[in-house]
Design a protein around this ligand. Sequence first.
Ligand code: NAP
Length: 240
Amino acid sequence: MNERTLIITGGSRGIGKSIALLFASSGYSIAIIYAGNDEKARETVEECRAFSVKAEAYKCNVASSEKVKETVAAIRKEFTGISVLVNNAGITRDGIAAMMKDEDWNDVIDTNLRGSFLMIRNTIPLFLRNKGGRIINISSVSGLMGNPGQANYSASKAGLIGLTKSIARELAQKNITCNAIAPGFIRTDMTKNLENTPLISSIPLGRMGDAEDIARTALFLASSPYITGEVIRVDGGLAM
Ligand code: NAP
């Protein structure tokens, strides 16, 4: 059978790990990109390999144009059939706008938005060779609704939605789709301080989501050739 490969940024932990494992269990080879947590990356690679698929991890800051170029070239040498890119790597540096430091604004925009663009730009040639592809960007309800204390993060996630729609229009004729998922509050390291706070009672379904909820939506989009430019909320009704 022809190899089908997923490239996932931020695949070592949290939502990205769940996506990597669900795709591995569906027979995809997995190329994980992570920032620095070698142990978590190694663990996730081992768990993917337990599904008898190829899996490798690559340490790469997605905000670095050079590193992204090098890393995608390394993945291209190792894997064939690169058909799905999930831009999931993301960070927060919360604070009220009046006090926000330049570096906190820049780090969040560079990682969440620029990083996704750099990954897309470098992966397009691989999709063209493959005669199609699926790009899935992990945005956030913060990008839809705004959130006090998250001007940088909300701007990056709203920007991802504009990026998604432009890429969807630009590449539709090449059988490359581009969609976004907007998670609400999902239980991961990023949100460990939110459990049992009043914020959770504002979710119509009354609870936080699990990383698997996002993973199932990503797998659905990866297998949906006629959906492009869409933003799917997976948020328990939070942003309706
Ligand atoms: P997480 O548990 O904090 O994991 C973040 C992942 O991103 C890790 O694998 C980390 O690598 C990687 N990463 C961070 N900066 C990177 C960089 N510069 N280059 C490459 N990789 C980098 O986050 P999460 O909660 O799973 O969130 C995943 C995505 O969902 C993010 O984009 C986030 O904004 C979005 N999201 C999350 C929620 C939520 O409730 N959790 C809600 C809405 C949207 P290391 O392990 O090496 O550090």
